[in-house]
Design a binder for this molecule. Structure first.
Ligand code: PLP
Length: 402
């Protein structure tokens, strides 16, 4: 028996466990410290009342023989697929069949699992910095090659997102088969315009590449920007899109998401929609009825209003952080179409040095930019998912400190 040695290549100090360890060491030494966490990208507001109502009533159905549900359909119940289609796509002029939508337990699972249907020989292009799951999943699958001393994998094409390009990557200069894009972006909080996204769609179609588009934060878009890549002409022949109820509606603990695989996606004469249906049908047994009922409830008129209130609450936190830090002289990005604020560390400090300074002097936890890739060095991420009071308090502390 041999193990998959690719797993051994993954650095064991996963970013958030490293942060947790540093925070717990600090708290042990400073038990009185009032630590504010603006680090991990997890939500804090409870589920919307409409969602809770729908869950309770779904639980009651499960308690009766006449309405009890066993295994759900592997790709999602029609009631949820239709609600997604009618609310997230039709109003934006995007026509989908419901069998192009695959409900799942998370965009993380889907972004990780999608690699099952692609050859290990594909060249992967990845934004830098980026949500680490795309990288680690491809390392595990054997697409990465080896890690160099700059923390770059030899087989990946890196697309640096820097202050100079306003955190919008340039088109690849070499061939790439699979291109991961995430807008609004985690960690930079920056979003992409239709014109910019069109360049990627055209490039992918021309080079017969596939874009894996993560739109987990589309609900935070406040400006006139594309919410789905399928608003761009030509995207259905070159893009898969990941969506999630996690940040849209506080489902990080409830678990529900979906992925769009258009039927027009045909590579080597094979339909990716059919391949993904086969993969999910074999390895995934669907999302619970109660959870899908909960997700459906965000599309009712009252549900929409309640979910929007929470998103606006977080967006207001983002505004408070952004304006407070800019006022204190920091260079700051994101926070307008995103719950993430990306800042340049002062005086050329490294990301981890800034983390340590912020924790020890202001008792605030953020996320070092270098944890999201080599180009994140010298940057830092704060999130707007805390309470309004604690967020305001954190901003005051940072302003006083710097
Ligand atoms: N995609 C991005 C870009 C994320 O930042 C996250 C979570 O932080 C996810 C996906 C995970 O989504 P889910 O909770 O649906 O697995």
């Amino acid at each position: 028996m041999k193990i998959n040695e690719n797993f051994l290549k993954i650095q064991n100090s996963y970013l958030f466990s490293m942060i947790a360890q540093k925070v717990s060491e600090f708290k042990e030494k400073n038990p009185e410290a009032d630590v504010i966490r603006l680090g991990i990208g997890d939500v804090t507001r409870p589920l919307a009342p409409e969602v809770i109502k729908a869950m309770h009533s779904a639980v009651d159905e499960m308690a009766q023989e006449s309405t009890f549900k066993g295994y759900p359909p592997a790709y999602g119940y029609d009631f949820l697929l239709n609600a997604i289609n009618q609310n997230d796509f039709a109003p934006r002029g995007v026509k989908l069949d419901i069998d192009e939508i695959f409900v799942s337990d998370g965009a993380k699972s889907d972004a990780g699992n999608i690699g099952d249907i692609f050859s290990v020989d594909n060249k992967v292009a990845i934004c830098d910095p980026i949500y680490p799951v795309y990288i680690d999943a491809n390392v595990m699958a054997g697409r990465s090659g080896t890690l160099n001393d700059k923390n770059e994998w030899s087989n990946f094409v890196y697309l640096p997102c820097t202050a100079e390009n306003n955190f919008l990557p340039e088109l690849p200069k070499e061939h790439a088969d699979l291109i991961y894009l995430c807008f609004p972006n985690n960690p930079t909080g920056m979003a992409i315009s239709k014109e910019e996204l069109k360049k990627w769609v055209d490039w992918a179609n021309e080079h017969k590449s596939l874009i894996l588009y993560d739109a987990a934060y589309e609900a935070y878009i406040t400006e006139d920007l594309p919410h789905t890549i399928y608003e761009i002409e030509g995207a259905k022949t070159c893009a898969i899109e990941f969506r999630s109820f996690s940040k849209t509606a506080g489902f990080t603990g409830t678990r529900c998401a979906y992925t769009i695989v258009p039927k027009e996606l045909v590579f080597d004469g094979v339909s990716l929609n059919k391949l993904w249906a086969r993969r999910q049908g074999t390895k995934f047994n669907g999302v619970s009825y109660v959870t899908q009922k909960a997700a459906e409830a965000i599309y009712t008129p009252e549900g929409k209003k309640q979910v929007r209130e929470v998103i606006n609450y977080y967006l207001n936190n983002a505004k408070v952080i952004k304006s407070g830090l800019s006022g204190a002289g920091f260079r700051v990005w994101g926070g307008v179409n995103s719950p993430y604020i990306w800042l340049k560390t002062p005086e050329g400090m490294s990301s981890w040095d800034f983390f340590d300074a912020l924790l020890s002097k202001a008792n605030i936890v953020g996320t070092p930019g270098s944890g999201f890739g080599p180009a994140g060095e010298g940057f830092f991420r704060l999130t707007a998912f805390g309470s309004a009071e604690r967020t305001a308090e954190a901003v005051e502390r940072i302003k006083n400190l710097f």
